[in-house]
Ligand binder design. Structure first.
Ligand SMILES: *[C@@H]1O[C@H](CO)[C@@H](O)[C@H](O)[C@H]1NC(C)=O
Ligand SMILES: *[C@@H]1O[C@H](CO)[C@@H](O)[C@H](O)[C@H]1NC(C)=O
Ligand SMILES: *[C@@H]1O[C@H](CO)[C@@H](O)[C@H](O)[C@H]1NC(C)=O
Ligand SMILES: *[C@@H]1O[C@H](CO)[C@@H](O)[C@H](O)[C@H]1NC(C)=O
Ligand SMILES: *[C@@H]1O[C@H](CO)[C@@H](O)[C@H](O)[C@H]1NC(C)=O
Ligand SMILES: [Zn+2]
Length: 239
């Protein structure tokens, strides 16, 4: 009940905000569900978005397992050259349980990882700290679920060119996840003082991201591919 009320309020806020021009940046932000394969946003076709969203799902298998409980995976991509798929800079996955660090959501882990990769003196980029900070303005962050307010804020502080998410916070809450009920679009709208604009593209390929989040609180929901129910939880099938 409270949840639906919140969304009503958020919707009116958006509606009102859209009617005022004093902040000037609202038009930089879109929240368009892009389930339509024909739609290209920022010149990037849907198939390319889908490729990287699948790669964000794949980050789970690469770093943890095909079905970790906190199934939040992220990839950070350079689309600047505009042709082809773009270039992978780094991946990340929720790493709270292995480290005990409660801030290591998938997006935070990826931002940490990319910072390390961009500044690694023996790596392919070898950027200085200030060059690495600037580099985020040319990068796109794909994450398989809508960011919490901490991560959405980190994405804005980093200055990413684009932020693309799969499963919405609304779906996570409906399916039993505890969440802080602030949508990313609200964080984006309230961050107009920051100099670097960022485009938000929501609910991309949710038909493929949702299954990673729907089994945890629903014992009848099938496990992600490569996993099976063991004592009520999904675990990787041993080869
Ligand atoms: C998910 O939907 C997209 C189109 O929105 C489609 O291209 C893709 O094949 C679908 N995935 C599956 C597993 O059906
Ligand atoms: C989590 O952090 C540990 C320690 O830094 C690292 O070895 C491991 O690869 C990380 N796992 C993920 C999923 O990021
Ligand atoms: C992103 O790609 C552009 C064009 O290829 C390149 O000039 C730039 O250095 C790349 N940035 C990063 C951080 O890799
Ligand atoms: C960081 O990203 C690289 C490149 O994608 C990947 O090989 C590596 O496993 C990632 N490390 C962590 C800790 O996520
Ligand atoms: C990395 O860049 C620094 C200058 O910022 C340079 O001194 C160093 O030699 C470079 N490292 C490699 C492996 O090229
Ligand atoms: Zn988060």
């Amino acid at each position: 009940m409270a949840f639906h009320l919140f969304w009503l309020v958020a919707t009116s806020f958006l509606h009102l905000a859209a009617g005022h021009s004093h902040h000037g940046h609202y038009q930089d932000y879109v929240q368009a569900p892009i389930q339509e394969p024909s739609l290209a946003i920022n010149g990037i076709p849907f198939d390319t978005r889908a490729y990287w969203m699948r790669r964000a799902n794949q980050a789970l298998s690469d770093l943890v397992s095909p079905c970790p409980f906190g199934a939040f995976g992220t990839v950070i991509v350079n689309h600047t050259d505009g042709s082809g798929l773009g270039e992978l800079v780094c991946i990340g996955a929720n790493n709270i349980s292995a480290t005990g660090n409660p801030t290591l959501h998938g997006e935070m882990a990826a931002i940490h990882n990319c910072t390390a990769i961009l500044t690694d003196p023996t790596g392919p980029y070898n950027l200085t700290a200030s060059e690495a900070q600037d580099a985020f303005a040319s990068l796109s962050l794909y994450t398989n679920a809508e960011s919490c307010p901490m991560c959405a804020s980190a994405i804005r502080w980093a200055g990413f060119k684009e932020y693309i998410y799969g499963t919405s916070i609304e779906t996570l809450i409906e399916k039993g996840w505890g969440q802080i009920r602030v949508a990313s679009i609200e964080i984006f709208e309230r961050s107009f003082d920051l100099s670097s604009p960022s485009r938000l593209i929501g609910e991309v390929l949710t038909n493929e991201t949702d299954p990673y989040f729907l089994w945890q609180y629903d014992p009848s929901y099938p496990c992600p591919s490569g996993c099976q129910r063991v004592k009520g939880s999904c675990s990787a099938i041993e080869e």
